[in-house]
Design a protein around this ligand. Sequence first.
Ligand code: PFF
Length: 453
Amino acid sequence: MASRGGFSSRLGFIAAAAGSAVGLGNIWGFPYEVGQGGGAAFVVMYLIFCFILCYPVMVTEIAIGRKTEKNPVGAFNALGFKKWNFVGKMGIFSGFLILSFYNVIAGWAFGYIFEMAAGNFGIADQFGEFVKDVFKVGAYGLLFMGTTAYVVSKGVSGGIEKAAKFLMPTLIIMILALVVYSLTLPNAMDGLKFYLVPDFSEINAEVVTSALGQAFFSLSLGMGALITYGSYVNKKENIVSAAAFITLADVGIAVIAGMMIFPLIGFMSGGSMDGVGSGPALIFVTLPQIFGTIGGTLGAIAGTVFFVLLCFAALTSTVSLLEVPVAYVVDEHKVVRKRAVWIVAGLIYLIGIPSLLGNGYSDFFTNFITYPGAEGATDFLSFIANVANDSFLPLGGCLIVFFAAHVWKKHNLDEELANGAPNYKGSFVQKYLNFAIGYLAPTILAFIFVVTV
Ligand code: PFF
């Protein structure tokens, strides 16, 4: 363990794993998916998936990581099931895809720090121009990837732990303050109604898959990120309660981010909720407005601080995304850590270029694919995000829990979970986890996968 580095404390692991979970997925992804998925009915599906399906997957990933002290491919080998390491390979591939588009969005958020600092609240109307300026936003993205690579090259403990412990609570306080503020705006209640009062007729196969994909993406599951982080965890850690805390924190932050955004959309649309389904652009066109209504220096300061915090939240997530392939290359191919980091980061940046170009700069990537029955074309970034989040992650999660329960076997998993959790054996939680990991999660995930593919 010592040679790979490990988290220095109990809080360190929880902070880093929560840092991985909390990111753009909560503040950018969740509101836009809710907007496209018809509102509160999507939220209900999402909550069910997070607690019933994803929590058991999270426990399993961390346990496999801690047991083997390996990356997602090495973990399957170490347990003696080499044939299963394709699941780890698939996870690494998903990580490549996700980081490639995630970094583009992070670059936008990074650019917004300067726009807010300059008091340019009108950026909301110029967003299309902003993302089309690929040399500028591409440079922001390059800086973001560089920072991620630098942090990962230093090793996972230390920097990440410290930053996450301080910045996450600050972000929560800031969002809560904005929730209170946005609720005072005219027509805020129309937004709140859209967000909190479910209309179950909105639920269809597409909404179910997006809610499932969003749950996996937001909790950093299905690609071995938490196998990797788990590999640095101490045997004294109580995985069952740590995972519960991480799930609650992540879901909690997504839910309050929605409380901040939807009242604001109610306000901006005069109560009609027009524009709520606008997709990945959603927070970038709505958030500047909240700071615009505050106005002046105070608005500029609030906007700047907000996007700085959002970038830190994104950074703790990009770090975990990059750590997965890096741990693999370092462990399995014996490449020196520093070198592995810069090569992999560079490669992923290049893979992200079509996602960068597909926001108005290149026609080809902007109108990349037209789904049957869809109104318009889908851009490259959204296409990759859909494939990775809605298909690869749930499929990966399904295979991981199936493997743990039926190939590695439940009693081995239980043995690992009991380390650091003296009351685990014989508890209700154990019974539930056994049921969920053995039957519920693999069945539901496989079913949804088959129905929707
Ligand atoms: N959970 C992160 C977010 O919500 O922004 C994104 C992410 C990080 C997904 C790490 C997957 C992962 F392995």
